[in-house]
Design a protein around this ligand. Structure first.
Ligand SMILES: *Cc1c(COP(=O)(O)O)cnc(C)c1O
Length: 418
């Protein structure tokens, strides 16, 4: 979002306040031109010719976002059978979908196998069961390289006692299962977590996966996961994607020369592609001054955007109704009956009741984590792309809240008249 002539605009000159006037608040808005910019950036950064990007769709599963990225040439990384179905509905070919679940039963893997998608296995006992059941379906194996990285302990997945992946120390055991079942390992995978800043961390993890690959002669691809960080505030830290791309591309080309074949190099960006495209527009219900604090209370809460409360994520906040007024310090809070603070002591242009605030970086892990807590509706979503705005999800209604509830006639009517 840019500030020009005293007003904020999205790509194509679209005024976010017009979107709120049309679709009401709270409203998720995604700027497709930003997704396209990020797609082009990551594509340009990796110069190795056989590089593929599978969008990690748990970040944002709106079908239109999936279709947009498919149009750019992305594959898909899915973590549940339902995400696979959304991907197929969005038109992805099964072979362009990699299914990377954690802790699911062989039954769900069987369903995925029947849908024809690629399977990533992160548990030796499941590899054994899958190999016995489907010896002719090649699989990818998720290796845990034990690299400690990630923005915080909840999103760090590569460390030694993490539940994700098969330890690279257990590769000999994997090889015994491969031999016993006759299954082919077509890919090796790692994903060390989110928010990795250091290009060296990527390369260190990649080295471990490349070392493990020497034991698997039939590989088609190596998948190095994601964890690419985007800035959360102006001038904030971010992964230097160009540096990572250049380093890994060169290293991978060397590896392939050594391995004897040019494998496909896969990455699974989620946040990198969609985080910055998202703007969550909320209305200020109340401005409340206490003895110590001025609160701006908005028409949203942890039901719509839980990242600040779940893992202390930072979301920039701007008052787009009052772009250039004098500033004051506010603590921005939600309306949920639970402490749901979006930002403490934020400097905002003066906030009046009714003003529209914008929470930035709302494209990844925001709507997709939203709930109906406090029996509130989940917001509508709008996609702005090439100068046009499209409603891509309606706001929920009361019918959505009671859709699956069944009333049973077991309760005693209490007569309170006597
Ligand atoms: C969540 C996830 C990703 C995406 O992580 P980002 O930080 O959003 O890029 C990639 N791969 C796997 C296996 C994941 O679970």
């Amino acid at each position: 979002m840019t500030l020009e002539n005293n007003r904020y605009t999205l790509s194509g000159g679209i005024d976010p306040l017009d979107l709120v006037a049309e679709y009401d608040a709270p409203l998720y808005v995604y700027d497709g031109d930003i997704i396209e910019r990020q797609w082009n950036r990551i594509n340009d950064a990796f110069t190795y010719p056989k590089t593929k990007f599978n969008y990690a769709c748990k970040a944002n599963t709106n079908l239109n976002i999936l279709r947009l990225l498919r149009g750019f040439g992305a594959g898909l990384d899915c973590v549940s059978i339902q995400e696979i179905r959304l991907g197929l509905l969005a038109g992805f070919a099964p072979q362009d979908i990699l299914y990377t679940p954690n802790g699911v039963s062989i039954d769900e893997l069987s369903l995925a196998a029947e849908l024809g998608v690629r399977i990533n296995i992160d548990n030796i006992s499941i590899l054994e069961q899958f190999g016995q059941k489907y010896p002719d379906i090649p699989v990818c194996v998720r290796i845990n390289p034990h690299i400690l990285a990630g923005g915080n302990s909840k999103i760090s997945t590569g460390h030694i006692d993490s539940k994700f992946g098969i330890s690279f120390h257990q590769v000999p055991h994997v090889l015994r299962v491969v031999e016993a079942t006759g299954i082919r390992v077509e890919g090796l995978h790692m994903h060390t977590g989110s928010d990795i800043l250091d290009a060296e961390v990527f390369v260190r993890g990649a080295e471990i996966l490349m070392a493990a690959a020497q034991n698997f002669p039939d590989l088609d691809y190596m998948d190095f996961g994601s964890g690419f960080k985007v800035p959360y505030y102006p001038g904030g830290n971010a992964t230097n994607i160009e540096a990572v791309g250049e380093k890994i591309s060169a290293r991978f080309a060397d590896f392939c020369a050594d391995y004897g074949r040019d494998l496909t190099m896969v990455f699974e960006p989620g946040k990198f592609l969609v985080s910055e495209s998202g703007f969550f527009l909320v209305k200020t219900n109340v401005v409340k001054t206490t003895l110590s604090t001025v609160f701006a209370g908005i028409d949203s809460g942890l039901n719509h955007l839980i990242r600040p409360m779940l893992y202390d994520a930072h979301h920039e906040i701007t008052n787009i109704s009052n772009p250039v007024g004098r500033t004051r310090i506010y603590t921005v809070v939600g309306y949920i009956c639970e402490t749901d603070t979006f930002g403490v002591n934020r400097k905002l242009t003066e906030v009046h009741e009714g003003d529209i605030l914008c929470l930035h970086n709302a494209g990844a892990y925001c709507f997709s984590m939203a709930s109906n807590y406090n029996s509130r509706y989940r917001p509508a979503e709008v996609l702005v792309y090439r100068g046009k705005a499209h409603l891509i999800r309606k706001r929920e209604t009361f019918e959505d809240l009671v859709r699956n509830v069944r009333e049973v006639g077991i309760f005693v009517e209490v007569d309170i008249s006597s």
